[in-house]
Every structure is written in structure tokens, then in C-alpha cells.
Design a protein around this ligand. Structure first.
Ligand code: UD1
Ligand code: MG
Length: 468
């Protein structure tokens, strides 16, 4: 099948410089959702008609399986599909989708396609019944229920305006008929546009069957014209994700307070507290607990790990039975072994920390290779950057690093070594020894603390008042 996606409209009501179809729903451009649907349906040809926003749209979503057609000026939906005709395979039917209608279920589109294929030469329309049909094209039927035409709101009589069945815009048509009809469309209507919907009257006139099918939910056909509509669809999308997670055995503290902007894969008995955001691909193994207000992006969390509230984790691997946070930041390239503890205000970047090691308070560990059973004291910093280049710090197994230590990389701390608190390590520390670099402590006997002078010299007035 061919899929034509209409995406040339302006989206004035978004009040944005970004083309409407590039606004994000669940972290992904609206148009990308529609492209994904087309691919899931196994579209042979995908043609996107773009215009407003210019080349930004194809630049953002270029892919080898998409033909991009610029429609300039935008003279209506019929004119838009006309631009796509040279790219379509005439032997296959054509499905028309809108780039700003992101949440149509695949099953809904499959049954629409089935309607079109039931009899050769059928025009299949996706329609919905709305309590308030204002603004939509109405499906006009004869007394026997047969479809006669679609009339746009602005062209409709009062009688026609009272029809509740509306055109969603999504349809399947035999491609040879589109080739025949689209060049013949007129624009003698209230909006002076070439209406794609006029093909319905042409099909009826030619004795063709016109069928409709309906989605399970009206929101499947809701378009985004404003930021309020986008926010409303986002909540619908997220509610669906939350329902699926609950059905799969994930405990959500509040299904209305989770945002998944990508793929969240969970094992058994995972618990997620409120207001967490998951981006990209996140894998949580069995019994993982995620505290409130965490942001996790492209990461894996091992079984039994507990992420305390307010953590930020990106491009990282958290090991089994780890305890992370609260307030920990794991940056790209972090790999934690088993039973590792990373506590509050600890930042880890491009570093591995092996089994049973701990960095519980206030530390920066960047470009470091840290062994097993290592204890990193509060305030430890790897000085990995000299202003031009980055260097590695190696901390071998069973090392104890005292508080407030700076490790000036490149530097290695040998197995079993201890660094005294406050050390600034600039040379390698040998294994199994205490290394400490700080001024020796002195106590000065008889030293007197200064006292206040009872008759201080008068201080000249620095800001004399202005005389009258
Ligand atoms: C259209 C339908 C109407 C239907 C409604 C559903 C027509 C004539 N009317 O009306 O029956 O109820 O959608 O929302 O088809 N577009 C282009 N190029 C253009 C014009 C539009 O690409 O020249 C795109 C828009 O970006 C949008 C879609 O086509 O994605 C629909 O356009 P819009 O102006 O929203 O159509 P409506 O007038 O609402
Ligand atoms: Mg319009």
C-alpha cells in the first residue's frame, strides 16, 4: 500500500517557530508517530507532503523510505494529495494520514484497509460520531444509509450541520481513481480550496462503493492544532503507557504521574514512585525500586537495585542490588558493579565502579576505573581535566580514600592503599601503604587570640553627609 501523510499546514495556533508536526509527543515529533504507524502497516511507499516550516521538516526526519514532496502554496487537502501522485504505486491502494494526528491505533487502520479491500474499488473513510461536530466535514447519507458526499462545515446547510458523523480525514482510496479524480477537483467552495473530500461525491457518481469504519476511541483521530490539544493527547498517551505497565505487573504509585518518552522495559515486581520521567530505552530488572522524581534516560538498572528520590541517570548501567541516591547523578559511561552504593550529591561520569564499592557523599568521579570494595570518602574529586585534555584515575581493589581528597589524573592508587583525608595526590600511591599529602599539624603553645582595642582610632567618615 501507499501512505500519503499530509503535513503542509501551518499550525498557526501553536504560536511557535517550530513547524507543527515537529512538536513532541512522548519525546517524539508528531510526524514521527505517524511515520512509525505507516511503517508498522508495511507501507510500500511513504510520501510526506510538507510546506509550512520548509525544509526543517524533511531535515528533521529524513529516512531512505520516505519521499518528500513540497506543497507550495497550500491550496487544500485535494491539492496536497495531488502533489504526491507521481510517487505512488498505481497498483496498490493509497492510505491518507495527517501528520498532526499522532495516536491512531494500528488495529483501527488495519480495519479501515480491510474495508477498502473487501470489494475492489472501494473508498473507505474513517469516521467518528461527535456530540459537537463543529468544524468538521460531515458525512452526508441518503435515507437508506448510503454515503452521498462529505460537506465541509463552511459549505453546509443548517440541516447538514446537525449531522454528528464527521470525517476524520483518514481514508483509503484506489490509486488509479485518485489519479483520475484529483486533477479534476474544483475550488468553487466557501474556502476556495481543492477539497480531498470531494472525491466522495465523485466516487458515488461513478457507482463506486463508499464505506466507513470507526475507531474504538475518538482520540485516535484527534489532531493537534494548539498546545492545549497537544498536552491533552500527551496525557492520553501516557495514561495508555501507565495502564500497560500496571497490567504487566509494574507497581506505579500514581498512574497519572509517570512519563515515558521512549521504551520502558520492566521485569517482575518493579515499583515506581511518583513523577518519574523515562527517556529513550530504559530497562529495569526484577524488583527494582525507583524513588520519586527521578529522570532515567537510556540506562539499565540491575535486579534489586534501589534508586532513591531525585536521581538523574543517563547512558549508564546500574548494577544488581545497588543503592543510588537520593540526589545522585550518573552521567554517560557510568558502569556500576554489584552492590555498589552511590549516595547523595555524587556525580559519576565515564567511570566504572566494581562490586561492593561505595561513594556515599559529595564526590566527583570522572574518567575513573574503580575496583572492588573501595571506599570513597566524602568530598573526593578526580581532577580529570587540565583545561585541554582528560586523564584517567585508576583506583585498585580494597582502597580507602579519605575525605576531601583530590586525585590529579593520570594517577593510580595501588591495591589496598589508604589515602589520608585532605590528600592532593599527584603521584601514584603504592599498594597497602598510607599516603598522605598535607602540612603536618602544629600546635603553638602560649599563642594568644587577638582581643578588641578598647580605644580604637576614630575611622574617618567614608560617606560624609551632603551639607545643605
Ligand atoms: C479536513 C477535512 C474535513 C475533516 C477534517 C478533520 C478537507 C477538505 N476537509 O478539514 O472533512 O473533518 O480535516 O480534521 O479535507 N494540509 C496540507 N495541505 C493543504 C491543506 C491541508 O498538507 O493545502 C494538511 C494539514 O497540515 C492537516 C491536514 O491536511 O494535517 C488537514 O488540514 P486542515 O486544514 O486541518 O483540514 P480541515 O479544514 O480541518
Ligand atoms: Mg482547513
Amino acid at each position: 500500500m501507499n501512505v500519503v501523510i499530509l503535513a503542509a499546514g501551518q499550525g498557526k495556533r501553536m504560536r511557535s517557530k517550530l513547524p507543527k508536526v515537529l512538536h513532541l509527543l512522548a519525546g517524539k515529533p508528531l510526524l514521527a508517530h505517524v511515520l512509525d504507524s505507516a511503517r508498522q502497516l508495511g507501507a510500500g511507499k511513504i510520501c510526506v507532503v510538507y510546506g509550512h516550516g520548509g525544509e526543517a521538516v524533511p531535515a528533521a526526519l529524513a529516512a531512505p523510505d520516505i519521499a518528500w514532496v513540497r506543497q507550495e502554496p497550500q491550496l487544500g487537502t485535494g491539492h496536497a494529495v495531488l502533489q504526491a501522485l507521481p510517487h505512488l504505486d498505481a497498483a496498490a491502494p493509497t492510505l491518507v494520514l495527517y501528520g498532526d494526528v499522532p495516536l491512531t491505533r494500528i488495529s483501527t487502520l488495519r480495519s479501515l484497509l480491510a474495508q477498502a479491500q473487501e470489494h475492489d474499488q472501494t473508498l473507505a473513510l474513517l469516521s467518528v460520531e461527535l456530540d459537537d461536530p463543529t468544524g468538521y466535514g460531515r458525512i452526508v447519507r441518503a435515507a437508506d444509509g448510503a454515503i452521498v458526499r462529505i460537506v465541509e462545515e463552511k459549505d453546509a446547510s443548517d440541516n447538514e450541520r446537525s449531522i454528528n458523523e464527521v470525517n476524520t480525514g483518514i481514508l483509503v482510496a484506489p490509486t488509479p481513481r485518485l489519479i483520475e479524480w484529483l486533477p479534476r477537483l474544483g475550488k468553487g467552495n466557501a474556502q476556495g480550496e481543492y477539497y480531498l473530500t470531494d472525491i466522495v461525491g465523485l466516487a458515488v457518481g461513478a457507482g463506486m462503493k463508499v464505506r466507513t469504519s470507526q475507531p474504538d476511541d475518538v482520540w485516535e483521530t484527534s489532531g493537534v492544532n494548539s498546545r492545549a490539544q497537544l498536552a491533552a493527547l500527551e496525557r492520553i498517551y501516557q495514561a495508555g503507557v501507565a495502564t500497560r505497565l500496571l497490567e504487566n505487573g509494574v507497581q506505579l504509585a500514581d498512574p497519572a504521574r509517570i512519563d515515558v518518552r521512549g521504551e520502558l522495559l520492566c521485569g517482575m515486581d518493579v515499583t515506581i514512585d511518583i513523577d518519574c520521567v523515562f527517556e529513550g530505552r530504559v530497562e529495569l530488572a526484577d524488583r527494582v525500586v525507583i524513588g520519586a522524581h527521578c529522570v532515567l534516560k537510556n540506562c539499565r538498572v540491575g535486579s534489586g537495585a534501589r534508586i532513591a528520590p531525585f536521581c538523574h541517570i543517563e547512558d549508564a548501567v546500574v548494577g544488581p542490588d545497588n543503592i543510588v541516591g537520593p540526589y545522585a547523578r550518573l552521567r554517560p559511561g557510568t558502569e556500576l558493579g554489584r552492590e555498589v552504593h552511590v549516595g547523595n550529591f555524587v556525580e559519576v561520569k565515564n567511570s566504572s565502579i566494581a562490586d561492593h564499592s561505595k561513594a556515599n557523599h559529595l564526590a566527583y568521579l570522572g574518567d575513573a576505573t574503580i575496583g572492588s570494595r573501595v571506599n570513597i570518602g566524602a568530598g573526593t574529586i578526580t581532577c580529570n581535566y587540565d583545561g585541554a585534555n582528560k586523564f584517567r584515575t585508576v583506583i585498585e581493589d580494597d582502597v580507602f580514600i579519605g575525605s576531601d581528597t583530590q586525585l590529579v589524573a593520570p594517577v593510580t592508587v595501588g591495591r589496598g592503599a589508604t589515602l589520608g583525608a585532605g590528600t592532593t595526590l599527584t603521584k601514584d600511591a603504592p599498594p597497602d601503604q598510607l599516603t598522605v599529602s598535607r602540612a603536618r599539624q602544629v600546635s603553638v603553645p602560649g599563642w594568644k587570640r587577638p582581643t578588641k582595642n578598647p580605644n580604637p582610632n576614630p575611622i574617618p567618615n567614608a560617606n560624609p553627609k551632603k551639607e545643605d
